[in-house]
Structures are given as C-alpha cells and as structure tokens.
Design a protein around this ligand. Structure first.
Ligand SMILES: NC(=O)c1ccc[n+]([C@@H]2O[C@H](COP(=O)([O-])OP(=O)(O)OC[C@H]3O[C@@H](n4cnc5c(N)ncnc54)[C@H](O)[C@@H]3O)[C@@H](O)[C@H]2O)c1
Length: 331
C-alpha cells in the first residue's frame, strides 16, 4: 500500500508514521507537510531513510494532485491546531483547515483514492461540567473557537464530497491526545517542560475544565482500524474514557515529577474556554473491534514525562520562545 500522510511531521502524524513504519513494513509512506512552527523534520529523524518527506502546502493543488495520484490512500492530519493561536489570528486556520481540506478532497475525487480525514471532538462544542452526557456521531456541530469552526467546516466538506461525488472517505473525531513529540505549547508538555526547566506550571482559571485524554498511540491504532475496516461515509468517534479536569492532570504531573501539589501559578482563563469534552466511542469498539491499550493515565503520563526528560534536544530550543509568547498574552 502506498500511503500519503498529510501533516506527518506534526505530533499525531509523526507518531502515526513511526508506528506504521514499525508495524507495517509493507506500507510505503509519503509525508506531505509544510513544516509550520508545529511540524519538524526532527520528529521523523529516526525513520527518515524509510519514508519520503515532501515539504509542501496543502493548498498547492498541483502538488497535492501529483502526490494523491501516486498513492492508494490518504490519511489527512495536516491542520493548524492550537486554539490560543486561532483566537489571536484565525486566518491560517481557514486557509489550512478549510481550503487545504478542499484541495485534498478535489484530488481524491479526481483519482478515486480512499481518504481518512482526522478531526477533533471540539467540533461538537462543549458539555455541561457536571453530568454524564457524551458526544456521539449524532451530536450536532456547535464549535466555539475559530479552530473548531474550521475543523467542523472541513468535516462538512468531507461529508458533502462523499454524498455528492461518491468520494470514498471516513472521518474520525478524537478527544485530547498526549504522548511523545507533542509541541510544548500544548497543555501537558508545557507543564512537564516547565518543571524540567525550573519554571512553575501554569493553569488556566481554576482548572475545572474537563478533557477526555487519550494516548496518541491509541488514537493512531483507531485510525488504522477505520482505514482498513471503516464504512465510507461514516464518522467514528475516538476516545478512551479518560475524563479528567485540568487541575487533576496538573497535580498528577507534579506528583510524578516529585513536586508539591500547589507548586503552580493560576493564569487568566482562555476566552470561550470549553467546559467539558467526553466521547462515547462504543460504536468504534463494537463495529471495528478497537480497544485502547493505554487506559491508565498515571502510566501514560509517566512514560510521556520520561520521553520529554530524555529528549530535550527535540524541545529545548523552542522553550524560551514559547514561554515568551505566553507571557506576552499574560498566560
Ligand atoms: N492534538 C490533539 O489532541 C488532537 C485531538 C483530536 C484531533 N486532532 C487533529 O489531529 C490532527 C493532527 O493534530 P496534531 O496535534 O498532530 O497537530 P500539530 O499542530 O502537531 O501538527 C499539524 C501538522 O500539520 C502541518 N500543516 C499545517 N498546515 C499545513 C498545510 N497548509 N500544508 C501542509 N502541512 C500543514 C504542520 O506543519 C504540522 O506538522 C489535526 O487535524 C487535529 O485537528 C488533534
């Protein structure tokens, strides 16, 4: 199988490329990535002689057309992804997430290539903090931020291309991921690298917001299940029953790193901060037999902390600049 992975130099994409190369040697992987600040050649360094990395933009229709024509399937991860950046400047989100997905869709339509589109549970908006309601594939879209609005727009384009043009595509909406190679602007790696560099971790507001954490390897194993067994036109929700509020996650990181439970600073909350996300992944489990492996958050965070401790070469050069950006925004 010749597989095109867009955004394969980003967090989830790079993990997907690593596990694919390791577990499926018969798959020939091409990565298309424009290498924004969030993408890095270094994330693919250990597999660079086993894959092809093309530095290019999703909105370059002729490049995307050429690459799609050469492959059997596309897994589309590439996107602008950081909510704080979307709030500060939404234009790149519309360009990459909406126009970029349109470009991929037109290419797979022309060449009859199978597509899996990777999306987020943030398209559904948020849930009340207390309660047991969870998102399903039937939950209506209700995005809160420019990030989630552009992801919802892309999902709608995919649905329409399936219906109108018979494109062979599936969609997945996953909850919050953690694991190796995640940019240190994101919540978990920011806190870990703050501790590793002698800074105090930072918590938005009171930390009551709830996220449904999943290890990136479990997200990616679900993507493979859907690519191989999913029904075209279907949307699959991916989650591993990992609901935790941000304060508990931060205090777990502090405990695992030998710091006091109150050794952090509160910073002003994000505007429009979604309260709670929770995924009902029972359809994916029942239909495709997928099960997550990393269901113990303490274990998953322990190995993630160890990865950041051992790989300062990967994140160290970024730390000053990322924190300077947060300081400028008062966070
Ligand atoms: N991180 C999460 O918790 C999470 C959860 C659910 C879904 N998702 C989705 O998974 C996908 C990957 O997320 P991530 O966390 O790995 O993101 P990331 O920001 O770490 O990586 C995104 C990658 O896409 C590339 N990219 C961006 N715009 C591009 C363009 N115009 N052309 C080519 N490449 C471009 C970047 O260079 C980067 O390598 C996204 O679609 C995101 O919406 C993420």
């Amino acid at each position: 199988m010749r597989l095109l992975v867009t955004g394969g130099a980003g967090f989830i994409g790079a993990n997907f490329v690593h596990s694919t190369v390791q577990e499926r040697p018969a798959v020939a992987v091409t990565v298309l990535d424009v290498l924004t600040y969030a993408g890095s050649r270094e994330s693919l360094r250990s597999v660079d002689d086993q894959i092809r990395l093309i530095e290019g933009d999703l909105v370059d229709e002729s490049l995307v057309d050429t690459l799609v024509a050469e492959c059997d399937a596309v897994v589309h991860f590439a996107a602008e992804t950081h909510v704080d950046n979307a709030l500060a400047g939404p234009a790149p989100f519309v360009r990459s997430n909406v126009v970029g997905t349109f470009s991929v869709l037109e290419a797979v339509r022309r060449h009859g290539v199978r597509l899996h589109h990777v999306s987020t549970d943030e398209v559904y908006g948020d849930l009340p903090l207390h309660g047991d309601e969870r998102f399903t594939a039937q939950t209506p879209f209700n995005p809160s931020s420019p990030y989630s609005a552009t992801k919802a727009s892309a999902d709608l384009l995919v649905r329409a291309w399936v219906r109108s043009y018979g494109v062979r595509a599936t969609i997945s909406n996953c909850s919050n991921n953690y694991g190796p190679y995640q940019h240190i602007e994101k919540f978990i790696p920011r806190q870990i690298t703050n501790v590793l560099t002698g800074r105090r971790p930072k918590l938005y507001g009171t930390g009551a917001n709830v996220r449904d954490w999943i290890h990136v390897e479990d997200h990616n194993s679900a993507v493979w299940h859907i690519l191989e067994g999913g029904v075209c036109g279907s949307t699959y929700l991916i989650g591993a029953d990992g609901e935790r509020d941000n304060l508990s996650v931060l205090q777990l990181i502090l405990a695992l790193m030998g710091r006091d439970a109150d050794d952090f600073d509160h910073v002003p909350d994000r505007v429009g901060h979604d309260l709670r996300y929770a995924i009902d992944a029972s359809a994916l489990r029942a239909e495709l037999g997928w099960t997550p492996k990393h269901t113990d958050l303490t274990e998953g965070l322990t190995s993630t902390i160890a990865w950041y401790r051992d790989n300062e070469w990967w994140w160290g050069p970024l730390k000053e600049q990322v924190e300077a950006g947060y300081t400028e925004r008062g966070q």
